[in-house]
Design a protein around this ligand. Structure first.
Ligand SMILES: Cc1cc2nc3c(=O)[nH]c(=O)nc-3n(C[C@H](O)[C@H](O)[C@H](O)COP(=O)(O)O)c2cc1C
Length: 202
């Protein structure tokens, strides 16, 4: 039997929550995010696809006062206060040596050998798929009723040295605060292009 699209489309409330009404927050309500919520984000985002199920994302959730202060100190001026105020900020990184995990992540073939000895290919695959997983994190958090504030304004090398010190093959990509956004902190919505602007159906 063919699947009927209308049997599976999410309702408007869900689409609003994940996409249409969801915003990027610059300020946060004083409300914590629990271990269980952080794990729930992971347990959704890990189900979304990556190439050969490589799952290259590596995340440090900066939630303690000390971790948030340390991360804020390495962020651009405009991002420091946001990071300090957010209940948790995910450092979304990726592992250049993700291929070492492929024997169990993609067990039906020898995918590890595809990447062995080709660091450039690994960096490209890790960045591509790790970025996808960062996007999945945002959508998973929103689906769970949380808000996000993604940021790339920080010193990647220093963040790597501080937060991935025990994992020298991990690199930070972007960071993303997660919590309950303060509605007063959003900027005016920037324009979104209509389909015809950046799409064509060939
Ligand atoms: C990867 C990424 C990096 C970003 N970096 C910053 C940043 O460093 N500082 C900042 O204030 N906003 C940053 N933003 C926020 C974007 O400007 C914002 O998400 C975008 O304008 C959409 O806003 P909206 O969700 O409220 O429509 C970043 C967003 C993304 C996805």
């Amino acid at each position: 039997m063919t699947k009927q699209f209308h049997d599976h489309v999410l309702d408007d409330a869900a689409l609003d929550q994940i996409f249409r009404e969801a915003r990027t927050y610059n300020g946060w309500l004083n409300q914590d995010v629990s271990d269980a919520q952080i794990e729930a984000i992971w347990n959704l985002m890990k189900m979304a696809p990556t190439s050969a199920n490589m799952q290259p994302v590596r995340i440090v959730w900066a939630r303690s006062r000390a971790a948030r202060d340390k991360l804020a100190a390495l962020a651009s001026e405009g991002n420091k206060a946001k990071i300090r105020a957010a209940p948790v900020t995910a450092i979304v990184g990726y592992d250049i040596d993700f291929h070492e995990e492929l024997p169990w992540l993609f067990p039906h073939t020898d995918a590890r050998s595809w990447f062995e000895g080709d660091e450039k290919a690994r960096e490209q695959a890790a960045f591509r798929n790790g970025s996808l997983q960062g996007a999945y994190l945002i959508l998973a958090a929103r689906a769970l009723g949380l808000d996000c504030g993604p940021m790339s304004g920080f010193d990647n090398a220093r963040v790597d040295a501080e937060f991935f010190a025990d994992a020298p093959r991990h690199r930070s990509n972007f960071i993303c605060s997660v919590g309950y956004g303060d509605p007063a902190s959003i900027f005016a919505r920037s324009p979104r292009p209509a389909f015809g602007k950046f799409n064509r159906i060939a």
